[in-house]
Design a protein around this ligand. Sequence first.
Ligand code: SF4
Length: 443
Amino acid sequence: MVSLGCPKALVDSERILTRLRADGYAMSPDYAGADVVLVNTCGFLDSAKEESLEAIGEAIAENGRVIVTGCMGEEADVIRARFPEVLAVTGAHQYEQVVEAVHEAAPAAQGPFVDLIPQPDVKLTPRHYSYLKISEGCNHSCAFCIIPRLRGKLASRRIDAVLREAEKLVAAGTKELLVISQDTSAYGVDIRHEERMWQGHPVRAHMTDLARELGGLRTPEGEVPWVRLHYVYPYPHVDAVIPLMAEGLLTPYLDIPFQHASPKVLKAMKRPANEARVLERIRQWRAIAPDLTIRSSFVVGFPGETEDDFRYLLNWLEEAQLDRVGAFRFEPVEGAAANALPDPVPEAVKEERYARIMEVTERISAAKLQPKVGRTLPVVIDEVGEADDDGDIGATARSQADAPEIDGNVFLRNVPPSLRPGDIVPVTIEDSDAHDLYGVIAA
Ligand code: SF4
């Protein structure tokens, strides 16, 4: 399995592999040992599509027997035109079809016990954190995005199924759950927030019920697992989860993809939950949960973005003091409505704005990390290094403000050799820079 793209695609890969393993297949660590190679593609941006095509080409060159799935599967003709030898092409979350294609390409040697022994689900992330996908697809139609076309309308999972999966993951050693979807705040809208019984009481398929129930989980050691909410849009009910963060039941972290701040650009982007009171609400959230970390992403150079719009965004960022920001230069995606908008921003201007937004957000990030020096914070260990010549062992960790892969790290010195990935330990912060913290385990 070659898995490309976002955490949602990674969850798809895990599901496909879980099914295949139940059917008696094993995973190969390299091309040479595989009877067939599955490439789970990403088709979000043209650059991602090119990367997907390159991955397919590599798998064909290295192995020759290739099945393509994922977001780029919607463009089967493009794939077949370039690689006529691919065995099958299936689309995003078409689990049955992809499993069937594997059965055809490489029939499994069924052992007598294969169907009888329940196996744990396949995970492609380390054991101590897991992505929890609560829905597929999206009901919005942001002008720059083709996800609804690739992945369809919002389709929420049953709340009891989501909670059962979360409970199982935590019982199996997950210390940190990352709730993902295309629009977490809209969870359950498509199924009218249907109620299901969970541990003797009714719960609705709704973000606030989900957050409350996840906040009630405990690890086998009796600790509260970290629960992070990603892809949250600032609908009014987001206010209801902030007190859970203040109580320590939910990780004080919100990933809100604002994408812009200028009302004119947001309107042209057709962004959901685009409302003027956001700055005031961020202030209120921080008053309730002072350690709240807000991560977001922004697009610069969207068609029609003027210097004034861009300055509005920079001023807004100065006000909002977001903790973690990713910025992207607008890139037209084939099939996106934004491509037809007038007044494209020249590449050189995009570059210049990108450099300016990075400068501002790095400065804000550094200023927000600096006051953490001297504090003692819980961190989760991701990796423990080898001892250096002096016998000093370092470790890479994350605080509650850092989601894996996308945010910063806490780098530790002098850790005991007994430390393991997944351990949550208190750390005294000794230093900071623009994105990361440095510290030592608290005495
Ligand atoms: S909310 Fe907008 S950007 Fe996000 S998946 Fe839906 S259409 Fe795309």
